[in-house]
Design a protein. Structure first.
Length: 433
């Protein structure tokens, strides 16, 4: 063998023996199941196929609380995922854990991307930002509460089936007429804490708590026992006693009261639309009701769902991969498809406009309402969202007092006063830990 051939053969052998450069793995822990899990897997695969430097690895970690707890435990053990999906109630917890997170705005900026909040849905992006506008987490699956109503029930009560009530007084009046016409129940609501308090505050432009509802501090004090709240919940208590309102449970349990045809109206997440459609009910949708005397109402609603947080403890090179993935998720085509397929709200205005131009909302009534509710006005200090370090615990405390009220054991003023006192003590204790 000549020297030239020997050298060439050696070079070829060396080339063959060298392994291909492995893509940098980006761990994405999430809580999505069923069809939503398929969306997660599809997005990760599409990103991975679009380039060869990074590989996003989705890992299902259980329910929202279980996923949050898994992420916290992993960080404390020094083995955090890069991306952690956290539900809206865990936002305050993540904000308080400043050393455990890397703000998404900084992750993007490090990769040369300047975050321009004007390109995003204002109500969504403000919820996941600091008081001075820094984006902390990437909005992923966001929804907003809307009104669903049974058109057949409206017809039976002599109401206009194409004109849903816009204000709470109008809704309560309609509910009484529907009940009087022989319908089993006039009105129900899922998620009393999220819809009838947190979104109630934002939509009516009244404070939920001090310190910009917790956005500007770790130990806000709740203000949900002010006059408008007391009036609202006393009305619900009175209607519950009269059989006009029907309480279904603390989360989404009341949905079955509407989809079964028992209750004629329901306030529920826009994400519940799929179940309403499947029920076969002759339904209509409307905006979340408000009180006309509330200054500035209707203002804007705040999102539920979850966002993607970046955890600290990884090399800068790996955060570059996280930034690339978030840039991928922000593409108009991706956001529009995610919105249309999953029912989540689009993150960007461009995705919203593309969906609108396609005629999607004309074919799918009700899907545009939650977006209009959140982007109709620039958020105020009362409507940027609720940031309480232990919001899940606070919600439980409030629910306990509201349930006693709905059972006739106390009036609204007493229930809300006790809820505020107990919740404030729990917030203070959590903030001191």
């Amino acid at each position: 063998m000549t020297l030239r051939l020997a050298t060439a053969a050696a070079a070829a052998a060396l080339t063959i023996s060298l392994p291909a450069l492995a893509a940098t793995e980006i761990q994405w822990w999430h809580a999505m199941t069923g069809a939503n899990n398929e969306v997660v897997e599809t997005l990760a695969k599409e990103f991975n196929d679009s380039q060869s430097d990074y590989k996003v690895v989705p890992v299902f970690k259980g329910t929202y609380p279980e996923t949050l707890n898994a992420g916290i435990a992993a960080f404390r053990a020094g083995q955090p995922p890069h991306i952690l999906q956290v539900f809206d109630a865990g936002t305050g917890t993540m904000m308080a854990a400043a050393k455990a997170i890397v703000p998404v705005a900084k992750v993007l900026q490090a990769d040369g991307v300047t975050f321009d909040k004007s390109q995003y849905l204002g109500g969504v992006v403000s919820y996941y930002s600091t008081a001075d506008g820094e984006l902390l987490s990437f909005p992923y699956n966001s929804s907003s509460p809307i009104l669903y109503y049974n058109k057949d029930a409206f017809k039976k009560a002599g109401l206009d089936e194409n004109t849903p009530p816009k204000t709470w007084p109008e809704l309560f009046d309609a509910a009484k007429k529907i009940k009087a016409a022989g319908w089993p129940c006039g009105f129900t609501s899922t998620w009393l804490t999220w819809i009838q308090q947190e979104n109630f505050a934002a939509w009516n432009n009244v404070p939920y708590a001090t310190e910009q509802n917790g956005l500007a501090g770790l130990d806000p004090e709740l203000l949900i026992n002010s006059d408008l709240y007391v009036r609202h919940f006393q009305t619900l208590a009175d209607l519950q006693k009269a059989g006009v309102f029907s309480y279904g449970g603390r989360t989404s349990e009341a949905k079955i009261k509407f989809t079964s045809g028992e209750c004629a109206m329901m306030t529920e997440s826009s994400g519940g639309l799929g179940d309403v459609v499947k029920s076969g009910i002759n339904y209509g949708t409307g905006t979340l009701p408000y009180y006309p005397e509330a200054a500035g109402a209707p203002q804007n609603t705040i999102p539920g769902g979850a966002s993607l947080w970046v955890l600290a403890g990884h090399p800068d090179a790996e955060y570059k991969g996280v930034a690339k993935f978030f840039e991928f998720l922000s593409q108009t085509s991706i956001q529009a498809r995610l919105h249309q397929k999953s029912g989540y709200l689009p993150v960007t205005l461009a995705a919203y406009e593309e969906t609108k131009k396609s005629g999607f909302y004309d074919k799918n009534p009700g899907r545009e309402i939650p977006i209009q509710q959140m982007m109709g006005k620039a958020p105020t200090d009362n409507s940027k969202g609720v940031r309480v370090i232990n919001l899940p615990q606070v919600r439980d405390i409030i629910n306990e007092e509201l349930e006693q009220m709905l059972n006739g054991q106390q009036d609204a003023k007493t229930a809300l006063d006790k809820a505020v006192q107990r919740a404030n003590a729990a917030i203070k204790e959590a903030a001191e830990q």
